[in-house]
Ligand binder design. Structure first.
Ligand code: SF4
Ligand code: SF4
Length: 385
């Protein structure tokens, strides 16, 4: 084989992913100016787009793995370039065609996901162990709602609180819900953005068949990443079911008067909410998480200086949650500093990746005595009647 063949194939894949809009990129540089990486280091998005146009991508650069797929640049691009699709295609070329180096930590997570269906490398049969003492039933045909907690709350000992709080709320309200059997696999959203398209396809096919076999009509999820891929990416592979993020579900229960919050959570706690990119910018869900928090007695809801459409990513999207980010370059550290300056007692999150990153930042910055990181479901589980 001609040694240039994989490069030719890769550049074709990238040009195809960028489509017509990539050809229209006129190098205005708004993407570079918008990208949060430039708060902490140089990351020349405009140049990456230009190299992609020319078929001159540097596959060996660490820039291949930098983008957190936060969508801030896509939102601003005047030419409609799907910059994330281009980044994903570049990664795919490296991961599938072997013309560059995949970071070790990502390679291990990818291997775990392909092998046992979750990035932590845990046994599939332990997926529902978090719920053992909570009396949650298995989903059967006719059950109203399937609750899908995401791999991180299912397995990570510190993040299980998210799944457990959700189940506690649903149990108290007498909601008819269940968990899918241990045949479920990672939703695949992040591994797809990390370039592992074939792994994504296999995970999605598995879950779609499992849900269809169980006659699943409605899925409530904890993770905006599951939300995004179930809602926007599974349908083209045949996945047909309604997807609701838990914050949307809680907001609707409050609206209908079914969820009443009367217990005060501490005394005058100041809470600041961080918009997850995949709930906010990717899916326009901004109001429901705020409505839920505003319903809790004794909480004062505050906003980051940059929030909603302009919210800063926690740093965990696009597979970055599995990669090492050096101190001084962590977006979550910036966020925790902003929250501290505002005088927040709690950073409220609605995404397991945000939970992990903010928790690590609070600990590594020595702020654990004055600041807590809580998923919205934890706050609600404490406030429910
Ligand atoms: S913002 Fe869009 S048009 Fe401008 S340089 Fe970036 S990709 Fe090109
Ligand atoms: S998606 Fe976010 S991290 Fe990626 S290039 Fe755009 S602004 Fe930067």
């Amino acid at each position: 084989m001609n040694p240039l063949t994989p490069y030719k194939e890769a550049t074709d894949v990238i040009l195809e992913a960028g489509g017509e809009p990539l050809k229209l990129c006129y190098q205005c540089g708004l993407c570079t100016g918008t990208c949060p990486w430039n708060l902490v280091r140089n990351f020349l998005v405009r140049r990456i787009m230009h190299e992609a146009q020319l078929g001159a991508t540097d596959f060996g650069s660490e820039d291949v793995w930098t983008c957190v797929t936060c969508r801030a640049c896509v939102q601003r691009c005047p030419r409609g370039v799907e910059i994330i699709d281009v980044m994903r295609a570049i990664r795919r070329a490296v991961a599938s065609l072997g013309i560059g180096i995949v970071p070790d930590a990502l390679r291990i997570s990818a291997k775990n996901i392909a092998g046992v269906g979750n990035p932590l490398g845990e046994a599939p049969e332990k997926r529902n162990d978090w719920a053992k003492d909570l009396g949650v039933k298995n989903f059967v045909s006719g059950t109203e709602i399937l609750y899908f907690p995401c791999c991180v709350p299912s397995y990570d000992p510190d993040v299980k609180i998210v799944a457990r709080s959700t189940a506690t709320i649903l149990n108290k309200l007498g909601i008819d819900y269940g968990l899918i059997g241990t045949g479920a696999r990672c939703c695949g959203e992040a591994i797809r953005k990390a370039g592992y398209e074939e792994t994504f396809q296999s995970l999605a096919q598995n879950n779609i068949a499992l849900f269809a076999g169980g006659d699943v009509k409605t899925v409530v999820v904890s993770s905006p990443h599951c939300y995004h891929t179930f809602k926007n990416e599974y349908p083209e592979l045949g996945g047909r079911f309604e997807v609701i993020h838990i914050t949307q579900y809680l907001a609707s229960l409050i609206e209908e008067g079914k969820l009443k919050l009367s217990r005060q959570v501490g005394t005058k706690k100041r809470v600041i909410y961080s918009d997850p990119c995949y709930l906010g910018r990717h899916n326009n869900v901004y109001d429901e998480p705020r409505k839920v928090l505003q319903s809790v007695p004794g909480l004062e809801l505050m906003e980051f200086p940059d929030s909603r459409e302009d919210g800063l990513c926690c740093g965990g999207g696009g597979g970055r949650i599995w990669m090492e980010t050096p101190k001084g370059e962590r977006f979550s550290d910036i966020r925790v500093e902003q929250a501290a300056r505002k005088g927040a007692d709690i950073i409220a999150v609605a995404c397991p990746y945000c939970f992990l990153n903010y928790r690590d930042s609070v600990l590594s910055m020595g702020k654990a005595d004055t600041m807590q990181v809580k998923d919205i479901t934890e706050v609600i589980a404490e406030a429910i009647e």
